[in-house]
Design a protein around this ligand. Structure first.
Ligand code: GDP
Length: 741
């Protein structure tokens, strides 16, 4: 089945990216911009850390406290309390003469697509760990995503003020659960009262933060000769040793001076920057966002070690100086309507400019703004490397690549092909020019199939239109939200990635559009498919308002994934089909395909099924709507008489756990109808289980896993397609869908 599709996709993209960066000419970085994202497991302290960064950069005057109740309200309060939506999507602030653009990267599995898009727009990430919990499930997921985009990383071990924080365990976790190469730039120290300070490995200083000014200032003090200094020097030597193993400049100096002590701090920093950029090491910093310790040093590290825009995205070199901009988010602003956030990769976007999306739609940028924390400042032009908010784009959706014209895109695709061709002769996957560039530029964002659905109802009939408009806008912002209309129940139906996803939609419709919609119960989105081919003719004759309506249609359903609708080209049918007017053919097609939206068993979409038109005879004066309805009825008749099988959503899980826990986890998985794909060693003590399991069996699985493994296992999970079920499971799913279970 779709066994390793996900992993394979990651490997393929990484392979290409490596090739392009290897061949790109050496550049000096002049840019003073850092585009970064902060990734974390929920509750690790991402919001608090961001808040502190803005405060120390002088962008907010007071420190807001986050007290999380549940994630939904906080996700929203967070946005509401800060005044405007922009703030949590992208925010820019100055730091030590450079500019940091911080782009939001939501950390919940329900928002995988949003994270994915923002990762196209950043050049590096800060991964926040909870110092009391180490590497958690979502940390593994976001780490894998950062791997896919080959993003250089810094780690910030937060909550180190807490007595139960364990820095060493976090480092072990990083090595074992993420298989990374952490290099510690700092170590925690606590005084007799348990107040946190930091020892800096490179400068051999003790850093202490004053609380009276909310940590705005900190004191740097050289450590006096002592055991503590000697231990820190030892750590500095280890750091130099590690880095000289991966950096030639540093290695040369170490060899020529024959001493670690004489190595300059600036030399270590340069080597760290190179090694971080090449993903050879991951610098680790620590602190306490809540107690205002360590944040400034984290921002210094972003400037010092994460790449400038010019050092990345060589994929887009093929655009030359033409515009290439990636839409990573669309937000709704009460006064300004839809605002499109664009990371400019090449060229310059100017106010009034005409841009074309890769899907071929032309748009004009009416206004542009800088993403400031608390205000909109209009700008007239923004250059490559930066992030801009565009107003006036009407059809652009999240994930689009904007450029100046269709021919610019075509030429860029050609050049990309040549560039790739130059580097290596045999990359079997790369034989289709547009396919490879689509994947490289992320042009065709993989919109995940909805795995859950629920009905949505407006508070009154009069607000139905307003609700539909709100949903249309929300879909542009978030293509993973599906909206459909169920003609049988007369309800609007939402499809999405999970409960949180739906709840956020509901809350946003209330807060942004002032419509208090009701959501029906959340259900698993089963699909249906035919078991065997079937053919039937439906003839209907009726008189409507004095006009005779007369249609006879012969349709066949066959198992075929390639096309939804085709004509039967056999000699006995072609003469008839040739007499059909193209308009009528379209009407028949629309009616027939529409009927596949709702299968007979649980109302699931009918997939992997092709409708083949054999014959159609339409009486004179018959209305189009009558033809369409007959075609739909004909398909429904075929589906209900020949029957369908159910397909259920499957999730791909990667579970990392100590070897001794594996048998317990596997026993539990086998009770969940899981298919174990592989069990591989990971590090010295751990194993990784690659497994596919039906979504229906996974409710509450992360807490079950925590119990079985006594908290030692971590897990990532993502949708990976649909799979057939046996009859007993099908009947159970049917009962569930009817609300009987
Ligand atoms: P997010 O879900 O990653 O955005 O996490 P938040 O920033 O909302 O923090 C989650 C909870 O942890 C909040 O109650 C914070 O007050 C608390 N918190 C955040 N940082 C620290 C820290 O450094 N030390 C302590 N003790 N608590 C913290």
């Amino acid at each position: 089945m779709l066994k390793y599709e996900f992993l394979h996709g990651l490997q393929k993209r990484s392979h290409w990216l490596r090739q392009l960066s290897a061949q790109s000419s050496k550049r000096t970085y002049s840019s003073k911009i850092r585009n970064i994202g902060i990734l974390a497991h929920i509750d690790a302290g991402k919001t608090t850390t961001t808040e502190r960064m803005l405060f120390y950069a002088g962008k907010t005057r007071t420190l807001g406290e986050v007290h999380r109740g549940n994630t939904v309200t906080d996700y929203l309060t967070q946005e509401r309390e800060r005044g405007i939506t922009i703030c949590s999507s992208a925010v820019t602030f100055p730091w030590n003469g450079q500019r940091i653009n911080l782009l939001d990267t939501p950390g919940h599995i329900d928002f995988t697509m949003e994270v994915e898009q923002s990762l196209y727009a950043v050049d590096g990430v800060v991964v926040v760990l909870d110092g009391t919990a180490g590497v958690e499930a979502q940390t593994v997921t976001v780490w894998t995503q950062a791997d896919k985009h080959q993003l250089p990383r810094l780690i910030f071990v937060n909550k180190m003020d807490r007595p139960d924080a364990d820095f060493e365990k976090c480092i072990t976790d990083l090595k074992e659960k993420l298989e990374t190469h952490p290099v510690c730039l700092q170590y925690p120290v606590k005084n007799a009262d348990g107040v946190l300070a930091i020892n800096d490995v490179i400068t051999l200083e003790r850093l202490t933060w004053q609380q009276k000014d909310l940590g705005q200032k900190y004191i740097r003090m050289k450590l006096e000769p002592s055991d503590e200094l000697r231990a820190l020097q030892e750590r500095r030597n280890e750091l130099i040793d590690r880095l000289s193993g991966v950096d030639d400049e540093l290695a040369d100096v170490v060899i020529s001076t024959e001493s670690f002590d004489k190595v300059d701090n600036s030399l270590i920093e340069r080597a760290l920057r190179r090694a971080t950029g090449q993903l050879k090491v991951v610098p680790v910093l620590l602190g306490s966002a809540y107690k205002n310790v360590g944040i400034q040093r984290l921002m210094d590290a972003v400037n010092a070690y994460l790449p400038a825009p010019e050092e990345r995205n060589q994929v887009y070199d093929c655009f030359g100086t033409e515009v290439a901009g990636k839409v990573f988010k669309i937000v709704h602003d009460k006064q300004r309507g839809a605002l499109t956030l664009v990371r400019i990769l090449r060229g310059e976007i100017k106010k009034g400019m005409r841009l074309i999306s890769a899907r071929g739609q032309a748009e004009v940028v009416s206004k542009m703004y800088e993403p400031l924390a608390d205000e909109y400042r209009e700008v007239n032009a923004v250059q490559a490397g930066d992030v801009v908010i565009c107003a006036g784009l009407k059809s652009t959706v999240t994930g689009d690549l904007l450029t100046s014209s269709q021919s610019t895109l075509k030429n860029a695709q050609k050049r990309l092909k040549q560039n790739l061709g130059k580097t290596e002769s045999s990359i079997p996957e790369l034989d289709d020019e547009s396919e490879e560039s689509e994947e490289m530029f992320g042009l065709d964002p993989q919109i995940p199939d909805a795995v859950y659905f629920c009905s949505i109802e407006p508070p009154s009939i009069s607000s139905q239109t307003a609700m539909e408009q709100a949903l249309r806008q929300l879909q542009r912002e978030d293509p993973s939200l599906r909206v459909s209309y169920d003609s049988v129940t007369g309800q609007t139906v939402l499809g999405g990635m999970g409960e949180l996803h739906m709840d956020i939609i509901k809350s946003r419709i209330l807060s942004e559009y002032k419509i208090d919609v009701d959501l029906g119960p959340l259900q698993i989105a089963y699909k249906e498919t035919i078991e065997s081919p079937a053919l039937t003719t439906l003839s209907v004759e009726k008189e409507i308002a004095g006009a005779k309506q007369n249609v006879s249609i012969t349709l066949e359903l066959v198992k075929d994934k390639s096309e939804l609708f085709s004509l039967d080209k056999s000699p006995e049918n072609m003469p008839n089909l040739n007499t059909l007017r193209p308009r009528i053919l379209q009407v028949v097609k629309k009616g027939a395909i529409g009927a596949l939206e709702r299968g007979p068993r649980v109302g699931g979409q009918v997939v992997d099924t092709q409708i083949r038109l054999h014959n159609a005879t339409i009486g004179r004066g018959t209305a189009d709507s009558f033809v369409m309805a007959t075609a739909a009825q004909c398909v429904q008749k075929l589906l209900s008489t020949s029957g369908t099988r159910l397909l259920e959503p499957i999730m791909a899980l990667q579970i990392v756990a100590p070897s001794e826990r594996i048998s317990g986890i596997m026993a539990d998985l086998s009770r969940r109808r899981a298919q174990i794909n592989d069990v591989l060693p990971k590090g010295e003590r751990n194993k990784i289980i690659l497994v596919n399991a039906p979504l229906a069996e996974l409710s509450g699985y992360s807490s079950a896993l925590r119990t079985i493994s006594s908290g030692t296992a971590s897990m990532t999970m993502q949708p990976c397609g649909f799979s057939a079920m046996n009859s007993a499971d099908e009947s159970q799913a049917e009962r569930r869908a009817q609300g009987l279970e």
